[in-house]
Write a protein that binds this ligand. Structure first.
Ligand code: ADP
Ligand code: MG
Length: 680
């Protein structure tokens, strides 16, 4: 099989230069690629419906004989239209074709064909519009439907695949050795490839698909484990002295045991000359990850090295900067903020001082990644809310030092299986304890008929001195949303909160405006903050006790959990009010999950089951190789691939065994096709 990857697609007969270019557009460059270009869907021509059984608005295959001459005509809009009557033993139907003059020569009177397509019931009986067809004497089977590009139709792709399949040798070099296949009940590669394109039956298709899915996830799994091993590089930034205790003295509170443990795990790695700190710190919202990160930064700086701390949004970055600067600058540490919205001259000055080493700790957004940012001696990279950064971005920041230590923080509890895959190259520390004095947040699900009461409640709480967030479901950075955010806030101010200071926060505001609103809210000058999801991550205002979320059904559970985590940070009783009029069952179930648990991991698992992994990454790329058939949402096969990976590692002595050469080649191939070279 591997040799087929070096055979260019234009070497296939019937594919000239022009067609080859079209195939290239689909990402198909070699014959091997073509065999991996799996159908998007299938038409089941083996399941024939009698005309009398054809239901309205269904896709069917009928076996019917042409029983009339064509009648042709033009529609009012000038389209050519041709109709013909067909029949089987159970009844008759009419076929309609648009803009196809040749059709009249393609279907012969008295001949029997298989017709496949959408059928409907009209006044005249069963009708099919532009069905595809083939002579009845061909074997009726499940037929592949490929994703296409202009100039390349399904037939051309199908024929090319047929030719490519003929080139498969009798015994293909299967990445999964016989022992693995029989143990985990998976079919052979040749069978799988043949049947994913031209299934003998629906069952054969399922068998083939399963095998290919599992193999791809296995390859992904093993590749990420390999990365993890390679990262076990000798420590080029050995930390000599642990300053965790002197850091703890700077804090206005005592660290929890979980925080102390995690700090110890990280510093332990950094002091070990044989390994580099390479760790994901997972902790539920409010578990105090910032203090953990600040402690590690402190120890790093005290040992004479620089730190870069990256967060996904400007507001969060500013908040981290403010709290960490307040804590560390009295201890003589030079902290700086670097975001895209600083004046060019300010950025320049900070970058210059980073390069000379005058700044010890820089806290910033993506602005940190650009080529212009250089360090004198970068010893540690911290990324907050890691799931928002791609693996490649993380790697870019790391490349700015000489194998610096890496600390990745995430509040989004990622389901275990998925976490193992995505963070396969990281060790994991978990902060499984909240600081003392936190209270359960009461979560209520209401419909809009109760909104008025909820707003009344918010008003009362505000008069008592509390603060509230009200979230409207607006997408950041869209012009129209901006208007509605403001309109929404104006309406609230006019009708409910006329004597209460209300602020607005949305993605379209200038960073300085956002910051001043945020600061006013943090300083208790604003009682109510109407916001889009820009408050989603990290923001910390302990006096805020109510989080009301409009159209809650539009948010993912993990997102809702993050939002809810903005309250319940102080001594007072806190509430989360979810407003939704959605009548959809799944939406209701999801929102009920929010009311019944505050355990971020349980919520993440529920979310993952209901919505798949998209919610964890949004549209942001997560930096993993592109998968051609499997999906990270496929938990069952993910689990299976995990098990097989464990088995393979043992059975192959870490893939050194010759029987696994083909599998190893697949790993290299999958990771070569992504931007992941940057990982090293
Ligand atoms: P997250 O883990 O969600 O990032 P933060 O680091 O923002 O949480 O911490 C949430 C709040 O808890 C902050 O106000 C922080 O000062 C406070 N905090 C952190 N650790 C402790 C602790 N051990 N005891 C009391 N408060 C703490
Ligand atoms: Mg945080």
């Amino acid at each position: 099989m591997s040799s087929l990857y070096s055979m260019k697609i234009e070497n296939l007969s019937g594919i000239g230069k022009k067609r080859a270019e079209l195939f290239n557009k689909l990402g198909v460059f070699s014959v091997g690629n073509l065999l991996n270009y799996y159908p998007r869907d299938y038409e089941d021509w083996s399941d024939i419906t009698e005309i009398c059984d054809v239901a309205d608005n269904t896709t069917v295959c009928i076996r019917a004989t042409v029983g009339s001459a064509f009648k042709s005509n033009y529609t009012k809009s000038g389209k050519f239209i041709a109709k013909v009557a067909v029949y089987d033993e159970s009844g008759g139907a009419e076929l309609v074709f648009f803009n196809n003059r040749y059709i009249m020569n393609m279907l012969a009177y008295g001949q029997t064909y298989l017709f496949f397509g959408k059928a409907s019931h009209t006044l005249d009986g069963v009708s099919m519009t532009s069905p595809t067809f083939q002579p009845d004497n061909q074997s009726s089977a499940v037929q592949p439907i490929y994703n296409l590009t202009a100039g390349l139709n399904n037939k051309v792709v199908t024929n090319a695949v047929k030719k490519a399949l003929k080139l498969l040798p009798e015994t293909v070099n299967d990445p999964l050795p016989e022992s693995v296949r029989s143990r985990f009940k998976l079919c052979g590669l040749k069978y799988a490839i043949e049947n994913i394109h031209f299934p003998e039956s629906i069952e054969a298709l399922e068998t083939a698909r399963k095998r290919l899915v599992v193999e791809e996830l296995l390859v992904l799994n093993l590749g990420l484990r390999d990365l993890k091993n390679r990262k076990r590089a000798a420590n080029k930034n050995v930390i000599i002295k642990d300053y965790s205790d002197s850091f703890a003295k700077l804090l206005p509170f005592n660290l929890t045991n979980a925080q102390k443990r995690v700090i110890g795990e990280c510093v332990g790695d950094m002091m070990n000359p044989d390994i580099t700190l390479n760790r994901l710190v997972q902790g539920d919202v409010g578990s105090g990850k910032t203090a953990v990160a600040a402690s590690i930064c402190y120890t790093t700086v005290k040992n004479g090295k620089q730190c870069a701390f990256m967060a996904p949004t400007e507001i969060l970055t500013e908040q981290h900067y403010n709290s960490i600067n307040e804590l560390l600058s009295p201890a003589g540490i030079k902290v700086a903020l670097l975001t895209g919205s600083l004046k060019p001259s300010e950025k320049e000055s900070i970058r210059a001082r980073l390069e000379t080493g005058e700044i010890d700790l820089v806290i910033g957004t993506h602005a940190l990644i650009t080529d212009k940012t250089l360090f004198n001696d970068l010893g540690l990279v911290v990324t907050d809310e890691q799931h928002r950064f791609g693996v490649a971005q993380r790697a870019k920041l790391l490349s700015k030092g000489n194998s610096p230590h890496l600390l990745v923080m995430s509040a989004t509890p990622i389901p275990r299986t998925l976490g193992l895959i995505i963070f396969g190259d990281l060790d994991i520390s978990i902060i499984d304890e909240l600081p003392p004095g936190r209270q359960e947040i009461d979560t209520l699900l209401i419909d809009s008929s109760k909104r008025e009461r909820a707003l009344g409640f918010i008003k009362k709480e505000a008069q008592k001195g509390r603060q509230a967030y009200i979230v409207c479901p607006l997408i950041e950075e869209s012009e129209s949303d901006l208007i509605s955010a403001e309109e929404y806030a104006a309406e609230l101010m006019l009708n409910y909160f006329s004597d209460i200071p209300v602020g607005i926060l949305h993605g379209k505001m200038k960073p300085a405006e956002k910051e001043s609103v945020m600061r006013d809210f943090a300083d208790d000058k604003l009682k109510i903050l109407v916001a889009t999801t820009v408050i989603e991550v990290g923001i910390d205002v302990p006096n805020a006790t109510i989080m009301m979320i409009e159209n809650a059904e539009r948010f993912g559970l993990s997102q809702l959990h993050q939002l809810r985590g903005r309250v319940g940070r102080g001594e007072e009783k806190s509430y989360c009010i979810l407003v939704s009029d959605s009548t959809a069952q799944t939406a209701f179930e999801r929102l009920k999950t929010m009311c019944s648990t505050s355990d971020g991991f349980k919520i993440a698992d529920a979310d993952f089951k209901l919505r798949g992994p998209g919610d964890f990454f949004g549209s942001r790329q997560h930096g993993l190789p592109k998968l051609s058939i499997s999906s990270l949402a496929d938990t069952r096969n993910l689990d299976l691939s995990q098990k097989i990976a464990d088995y393979v590692i043992l059975d192959s002595n870490n893939l050194l065994d010759d029987r696994y050469r083909a599998l190893k080649a697949e790993i290299t191939r999958l990771f070569k096709t992504t931007g992941d070279e940057t990982l090293n």
